[in-house]
Design a binder for this molecule. Sequence first.
Ligand code: DC
Length: 214
Amino acid sequence: MVIAIDGPGGVGKSTVARGVAAALGAAYLNTGLYYRAATIAALEGGADLDDAESIAAAVASRRYEFAGEAILLDGHDVTERSRSPEVTAGVSQVSAVPAVRALMVRHQREWVEAHDGRAVVEGRDIGTVVFPDAALKVFLTASAEARARRRAGDREAAGQDVDAIAEALRRRDHIDSTREASPLAPADDAVTIDTTSYDADEVIAIVLRMLDAG
Ligand code: DC
């Protein structure tokens, strides 16, 4: 059974997906980390981020593995680095490349299969593309202001200015939502939850109630 949790940056997907997975005793997969590791590969490979072919070549030459809550690139843990401002600034361009998406989607499906198909998976295209038959599809939203505030509270964003975070989120959302390949959008059969006035525990409880209600 797959539960898909999609939505824009800073909306609380990781906290909610992790909490739902813990309550169910299911595995948790953060698909954004694959695209972040791919961005490190593109940067290290000297790819031109305006050139899809050079991105695809640099990304395809490396090995990706999600383990625990870490992303490994050629066997090395790059999780911390994957959340740096440099990687965050390039990730939307890299993840818009269809060949990159095809490769990462394959990895994600294999990972879930290796976990007996029981996982809570967070991302942008989980309910629409990666697991269109997911048992439950949740699309989280929140006001731009609430998302910037939540991101500012994240460890990796500590010390960064809230306005700068809001601007970076806006830029990333725009590219993620308007790209041709699997744009960020709710699946037709997704349940949208506006989390602006809820805390993470309340959203987790709402999702668990939906599952109970079948
Ligand atoms: O969830 P995140 O902010 O770590 O994701 C980083 C970027 O990766 C996001 O801006 C878009 C991309 N992404 C994607 O295209 N598809 C996914 N399933 C997950 C993330």
